[in-house]
Ligand binder design. Structure first.
Ligand SMILES: *Cc1c(COP(=O)(O)O)cnc(C)c1O
Length: 236
């Protein structure tokens, strides 16, 4: 992994991330265009999102509904917004017609609420099922075992569509420690594909953050979520 360097400007930081994606793809025979970089802009001011936009970023990730809605109103309309944080059911209605993808669905009740609110607005919302592979109690997400059952249940809802899986790996100094979790998420997506469930897809694997996205790409990530590596440290 390239060392993260705080003295770099945003253009150089994005360049480093792209270079690391390119390296990981080359190493594993993947195509760079199959990996989408999500700029995780939570807590950062709109001026920084605008800079990232000028540098070519079109996918932005937020973890709070209010912040996503505020920034949505201030950024160009071709931005694709990703809800990556825990989502409360009573807030679903504010974002169903604004998000490109919700990464953090981990219960049938939440998926039902999304489908209901999406139906009212006449849209279909694309979602990922969040899987907590490390079994960390502080994290949201279903277990590996629950995921297949949950996806079967969601697959019959009219206005949501499962497009794949997401995981948040533990924070580690050495990204190699997370390789097995990323390999496990990939394998789970293969297992679910083999279940031939109607009306779902396993095309998206959202895994890898600033500390470990290179390893995640090597293990099959199609979306990586990078905050610190683009915008610098978050102070709150
Ligand atoms: C904050 C966050 C990220 C980005 O984390 P960095 O380590 O700053 O890259 C990625 N995914 C989720 C779900 C997050 O909440």
């Amino acid at each position: 992994m390239a060392e993260y360097n705080v003295s770099l400007g945003m253009e150089e930081k994005i360049g480093q991330v792209k270079e690391e994606i390119r390296r990981a793809c080359e190493k594993t025979g993947r195509k760079e265009e199959d990996v989408t970089l999500i700029a995780v802009s939570k807590t950062k001011p709109v001026s920084m999102l605008e800079e990232a936009y000028r540098l070519g970023c079109r996918h932005f990730g937020e973890n709070k509904v209010q912040e996503l809605v505020d920034k949505y109103g201030q950024m160009p309309s071709d931005v694709k917004w990703h809800m990556i944080g825990h989502l409360q059911r009573n807030k679903v209605k504010y974002i169903v017609d604004k998000v490109f993808l919700i990464h953090s669905v981990d219960s049938l009740r939440l998926a039902e609420e999304i489908s209901k609110e999406a139906g009212k607005k006449g849209v279909t919302v694309h979602i990922l099922v969040e899987v907590n592979l490390a079994g960390e109690e502080t994290k949201f997400g279903t277990t590996r075992e629950e995921a297949i059952r949950l996806i079967r249940e969601i697959s019959i809802l009219p206005s949501v569509r499962v497009e794949g899986l997401m995981t948040i790996a533990p924070y580690v100094e050495n990204p190699e420690k997370n390789r097995q979790y990323f390999a496990d998420l990939y394998q789970l997506s293969v297992d679910i594909t083999n279940e031939n469930i109607d009306n779902i897809s396993m095309d998206i694997l959202s895994m890898g953050m600033t500390g470990d996205y290179g390893v995640a790409v090597e293990e099959g990530a199609t979306y990586i979520r990078v905050g610190t590596g683009i915008f610098g440290e978050r102070h709150f």
